[in-house]
Design a binder for this molecule. Structure first.
Ligand code: PBG
Length: 323
């Protein structure tokens, strides 16, 4: 027998030995919970493809936010579904918009909770694309001004951080300038920097009613074959003033999270997206996977890859387990 002197199994023998050498740790501090606001009162619509996720009117949202605060989750990411849609997504920057109202009422009741808003047009445009169309193409530069107006309306409502998810070139700089010029230099920008064109967003498009009515998002979201390009996207966003950058989705892009973290050392968020949530829910509903264990394994893997924070529909479940 020619065993090495060092036997790795020795320190796996008991839980306290395992605790001692555990490399990746995380807590509720790292979690952000996404929420979907809809107009109306007493509305609580289950999202079929995302068990446990609901579209909520603002009154219902406030109840959910209370749970989030009680679980000590530091922040929420808000999405809105407007009363009506048009070509230009004009409801996205309406003063009376559902997100604007939700932000104001959440901050009024829970001033310490971090409120991040998703800045995009796809929930608000009749065609479901993330920007202003010229013919069948999204016009990048024409979209920048509208996105800045959306971000500004969120800042006016009291958002702590705005998170542009549209993937137009130059939007971080344009939003940063607009916020600064209007006296909101303290409002942060979390840039969806490396946002891939992903089939994992499928269930979200039910939740947010934001599926494109023609074509797809390949002309503005990233090709999933590319990782070097993600570094260029992140470099641009940091240069334009992003306080935190994001990689999205998370699970199939752990290499990208790691490379972004190593290359820039900037705060990195990872978005554990709808499809990543739904596939675990579906498999566990069938008894094929242990939901809790798989959830913790995946969230830990995202953290191990280098994410500082994780946006996840599992935030409440994970917070309960961690406490
Ligand atoms: C809006 C947006 C999307 C997601 C977050 N913001 C959908 C998309 O780009 O089609 C996806 C989130 C998820 O799947 O959980 N642009």
């Amino acid at each position: 027998m020619n065993f090495p002197i060092y036997r790795p199994r020795r320190f796996r023998r008991t839980e306290n030995l395992r605790r001692l050498i555990r490399e990746t740790t995380w807590s509720v501090d790292q979690l952000i919970y996404p929420l979907f606001a809809v107009p109306g009162k007493g509305v609580l619509n289950p999202v079929q493809s995302m068990p446990g996720v609901f579209q909520r009117s603002v009154d219902e949202l406030l109840r959910e936010v209370k749970t989030v605060v009680d679980l000590k989750i530091p922040g929420v990411l808000l999405f809105g579904l407007p009363e009506s849609k048009d070509e230009h997504g004009s409801q996205a920057h309406s003063r009376e918009g559902v997100v604007q109202e939700a932000v104001a009422r959440i901050k009024d009741k829970f001033p310490d909770l971090l409120v991040i808003t998703d800045v995009c047009l796809c929930e608000y445009t009749s065609h479901g694309h993330c920007g202003i169309l010229r013919g069948h193409e999204v016009d990048n530069d024409a979209t920048l001004d509208v996105l800045s107006q959306v971000a500004l309306s969120h800042a006016r409502a009291g958002a702590d951080v705005v998170a542009p998810s549209d993937m137009m070139d130059g939007r971080v700089g344009s939003i940063r300038t607009c916020l600064d010029e209007n006296g909101f230099s303290q409002v942060g920008v979390l840039a969806y920097s490396a946002k891939y064109c992903s089939a994992f967003y499928g269930p979200f498009r039910d939740a947010a009613d934001s599926a494109p009515q023609f074509g797809d998002r390949r002309a503005y979201q990233m090709d999933f074959s590319n990782a070097g390009e993600a570094l260029r996207e992140v470099a641009l966003d940091i240069d334009e003033g992003a306080d935190m950058v994001m990689v999205k989705p998370a699970l199939a892009y752990l290499d990208v999270i790691r490379r972004v973290k190593d290359e820039f050392g900037w705060p990195v968020a990872a978005y554990n997206v709808s499809g990543e949530y739904s596939m675990i829910k579906a498999a566990s509903a069938n008894g094929w996977l242990d939901e809790t264990r798989v959830m913790m394994e995946i969230l830990t893997a995202i953290r191990r890859a280098g994410a500082d924070c994780i946006i996840t529909y599992f935030a409440k479940d994970a917070a309960r387990i961690l406490s």
